[in-house]
Design a protein around this ligand. Structure first.
Ligand code: BGC
Length: 379
């Protein structure tokens, strides 16, 4: 494999493809008459969350624009379904697999089979663990997502400005908060939680913040499969055990995902809090800028979310797949962070943005991610 670095973005690749660059290679789409059909398998975890549908279609569209055939599968958040789908991609002779895993530790034998068949594996958004056969990882900076979530919580509580700089005259503490984390089988979940906890720590240590329930360990806060209903139940139990059943004193909730945020908000409103922030609903964070949550933010119910532009991540997956198929190595901007239990996987990390009500127009509508009508309708 050549070690030449590919600096071109998707636009460059596309231009090259359309212009018929020499050495495009099989599946490079350079010349349809000589092109051997190359299929790329794309395994997404579920269609239950809007972001994976958007990721799946953006990756598919980008690869098809380069002339590749795409086998896109969603696995209903069911591990055996995903392993079967990947087995079939390998049997059918797909040349590259782009995988957003459900359980990052459950694909070791699939990745061995892929390696035996000479198939390249790109981990998409979530790191695949316990295998030497992960060739590349495209994701957002997951630790920084957690930092951004906690910073937003601190800002919403009036302890810092929007950038996380402590205010001169903070509200008298301790302010009570509760913590939620993602699915413990998703490698990202601990990155989000660690980024958040490192950011909250000085405020917990100083007594400005307190976790009322005392549940601060990742295992206590984790919500299996990021399920909204599970989050709602946990919040209801904490409201009953710690906040007098009616939420008295609860100021904010760290939530790592919009679906979890909506479960939390349902529980909070269910005991009579809010219904909006102005009417005393606790500050709730989020992630993914799902349309239902963007509407809640626009309606001053949910405080914030973290916007991960799935179009940009999809572009990176397409650039990486295309580079591998042309015998090159994709460019990594991180070669130290993502140790998967067996190797450190070279990664391309993208940045994220925090979205409050005032940012919806500039970050989500101007960029064409949503229309105003979608934000108004919440779908
Ligand atoms: C993703 C998040 C998403 C979560 C739940 C994580 O692996 O990085 O963007 O909110 O899964 O789908």
């Amino acid at each position: 494999m050549k070690t030449q670095m590919i600096a071109a973005g998707l636009a460059g690749l596309l231009a090259c493809t359309l212009a018929g660059c020499a050495g495009g290679g099989a599946g490079g789409g350079a010349n349809p008459s000589t092109q051997v059909e190359t299929t790329i398998g794309v395994a997404m975890p579920s269609q239950a969350s809007q972001r994976w549908i958007a990721d799946g279609s953006a990756v598919k569209a980008g690869l098809e624009a380069l002339g590749y055939k795409v086998d896109l599968q969603f696995a209903n958040d069911d591990i055996p379904t995903q392993t079967q789908q990947i087995d079939q991609m390998i049997t059918k002779g797909d040349k590259v697999l782009i995988i957003a895993s459900i359980d990052g530790t459950a694909l070791t034998s699939q990745l061995q089979a892929a390696a035996d068949a000479g198939i390249t594996v790109i981990a998409y958004d979530r790191l695949i663990r316990d295998s030497p056969h992960v060739n590349f990882y495209v994701t957002f900076d997951n630790y920084k997502v957690g930092v951004a979530q906690a910073t937003s919580l601190l800002y919403g509580l009036g302890l810092t400005d929007a950038k996380g700089v402590p205010v001169v005259d903070p509200p008298a503490g301790p302010l009570d908060i509760e913590l939620f984390a993602g699915s413990s089988d998703d490698n990202n979940a601990s990155f989000f939680f660690n980024g958040a906890m490192d950011t909250l720590k000085p405020f917990l240590d100083s007594g400005a913040l307190r976790v009322g329930s005392g549940q601060t360990a990742f295992a206590q806060c984790a919500i299996l499969r990021w399920e909204q209903a599970t989050a709602q139940t946990r919040m209801e139990n904490i409201l009953a055990s710690t906040y007098g059943g009616d939420g008295t004193g609860l100021a904010g909730v760290l939530s790592p995902f919009d679906g979890i945020s909506r479960g939390v908000i349902t529980a909070l409103q269910g005991v009579g809090l809010g219904p909006t922030l102005a009417e005393g609903l606790p500050v709730v964070t989020g992630q993914d800028a799902e349309i239902a949550s963007v509407k809640l933010i626009n309606d001053s119910v949910q405080f914030s979310t973290i916007f991960k532009d799935t179009r940009k991540l999809a572009d990176q997956a397409v650039v990486a797949a295309s580079a591998f198929l042309q015998g090159n190595k994709p460019v990594a901007n991180d070669t130290t962070t993502y140790e998967n239990g067996v190797k450190t996987v070279p990664a391309m990390l993208l940045g994220v943005d925090t979205v409050n009500k005032d940012d919806i127009a500039s970050l989500l509508i101007s960029s064409g991610y949503y229309t105003q009508a979608q934000v108004d309708a919440g779908q």
